[in-house]
Design a protein around this ligand. Structure first.
Ligand SMILES: Cc1cc2nc3c(=O)[nH]c(=O)nc-3n(C[C@H](O)[C@H](O)[C@H](O)COP(=O)(O)OP(=O)(O)OC[C@H]3O[C@@H](n4cnc5c(N)ncnc54)[C@H](O)[C@@H]3O)c2cc1C
Length: 407
């Protein structure tokens, strides 16, 4: 059986190896000069390729039930077996998996060695622009190279980070077979805030609790480190709410993020009581001095300005209204979010081919027999922490097995 894998990224490489191990004659068609360009950028070059807790609650899709059917314990086991079989040793930090060498190059190299050992043909600089089906055979670029295959695995990725080759062209390939597309939006991406006075906090990294409100209703909370930037906010916590933000903004909803810069106090009262005790137990008297020690020093003048307090203001001399105003700014620093950065900066996309148009046991399209879809092309995106590569591996393995299945 001749199988074409369109796209030599994360899911395509794993699908190709799995299909070849099942006896298929596999060809990878990759538009770039080499495979796995995006993979090299993952985890800041360290490739956070998996998470110990692959629970489906870390994924987002219009059809989470189907995600649950795909991310099964059995399929997770197959991913571990796959990486054992190519010789990848994991290093696990807080549940995040990396190659033991801490290098994404190691992941790429092991996958490509296995491709070579399996005798899989890789055609680089091969851009698939059209696929037609005729008499149960697929014709790739019928008016040009006209390569003929029994089955096709489409692993062309999303629109995120298009310089890596995944620029969204795969959506028109699947649409030509009658698939629909859940609107594609940037996710795991930076957020832009209303206003222009953020340059003073540019570059600050700080521990916070972020609360996302859509139309004044709380939608999600994330705690950890964020990066304050000249346009708004970035960092892992920000990325993990960005998918919801992009969807809400696309529906013209009001999006507000409240930043708690003192995350060990859950509300203003707790903060005020802790801060008053701090003032009693220390010799420090000015608010500025009292803020030092837990707030980034670049943040202090910004907080004081927002709370309308002078640098020299003494805690004991503040009115209860002034104290409350300071607590409110520290515990609920408001940002009105007006946009996300675009696909160039996004790590992944939300949206894609709806999962109800797929068979979750094989990743075969319900629209076209013999056509299989994997990875980010589908309407699934995950939180930061290895979930997106996690889905790429799982869906790739299912498709590589699916091509020989009768399901
Ligand atoms: C900067 C960055 C950091 C990331 N870090 C992490 C991380 O640490 N952990 C994590 O889990 N996820 C991470 N991700 C997300 C992860 O890389 C993707 O979710 C994953 O690579 C998706 O795999 P895929 O196979 O669907 O698509 P891709 O890996 O994007 O591969 C698609 C391939 O198809 C090729 N292609 C596209 N169209 C055609 C065509 N018409 N003809 C031929 N070839 C074509 C492309 O050139 C590309 O090689 C990161 C993403 C980015 C951008």
């Amino acid at each position: 059986m001749k199988v074409a894998v369109v796209g030599g990224g994360a899911s395509g490489l794993v699908a190709a190896i799995t299909a070849s191990r099942n006896g298929a004659e596999v060809t990878i068609l990759e538009r770039n000069s080499d495979c796995a360009k995006k993979l090299l950028m993952t985890g800041n070059g360290r490739c956070n390729y998996w998470n110990q807790n692959q629970d489906f609650i870390h994924y987002h899709s219009e059809n989470l039930n189907m995600v649950e059917k795909i991310i099964t314990i059995e399929n997770q086991k197959k991913v571990h077996e796959f990486f054992d079989s190519i010789g990848l040793l994991p290093k696990i930090k807080n549940g995040y998996y990396y190659p033991y060498s801490n290098q994404a190059t190691c992941m790429k190299s092991l996958l490509l060695k296995e491709i070579e050992l399996e005798g899989i043909q890789v055609l680089n600089y091969f851009f698939v622009e059209k696929i037609e089906k005729d008499n149960s055979k697929f014709h790739i670029n019928p008016e040009k190279e006209n390569l003929i295959f029994d089955k096709v695995i489409l692993a062309t990725g999303s629109r995120a980070c298009p310089k890596t080759g995944s620029d969204g062209n795969g959506y028109s390939l699947v649409q030509s077979f009658g698939h629909s597309i859940v609107p594609v939006l940037p996710s795991l991406v930076q957020l832009k805030a209303k206003g222009s006075d953020y340059k003073d906090w540019d570059g600050i990294r700080t521990e916070v609790l972020l609360s996302l409100f859509i139309d004044d209703k709380i939608e999600k909370e994330e705690s950890g480190e964020i990066q304050l930037t000249s346009y708004g906010i970035s960092g892992i916590c920000t990325f993990n709410i960005s998918g919801l933000v992009a969807k809400a903004l696309a529906r013209n909803r009001k999006v507000t993020v409240l930043i708690n810069f003192c995350p060990f106090a859950s509300n203003e009262e707790e903060f005020l009581s802790w801060f008053t005790k701090r003032n009693h137990s220390l010799k420090l008297e000015t608010v500025e001095d009292l803020l030092e020690g837990f707030l980034n020093y670049k943040l202090i003048p910004i907080i004081l300005k927002r709370a309308n307090l002078k640098k020299s203001a003494r805690w004991k001399e503040l009115s209860s209204l002034e104290k409350k105003s300071l607590a409110s700014i520290i515990i609920q620093f408001p940002l009105e979010i007006i946009g996300t950065h675009d696909f160039e900066k996004a790590q992944v996309c939300s949206g894609g081919v709806p999962l109800e148009e797929m068979n979750p046991n094989t990743m075969e399209s319900m629209k076209e027999k013999g056509l299989y879809l994997t990875g980010e092309l589908l309407d699934v995106d995950g939180d930061c922490g290895g979930y997106n590569l996690g889905f790429a591996w799982i869906s790739g393995i299912i498709a590589g097995n699916g091509v020989i299945s009768d399901d």
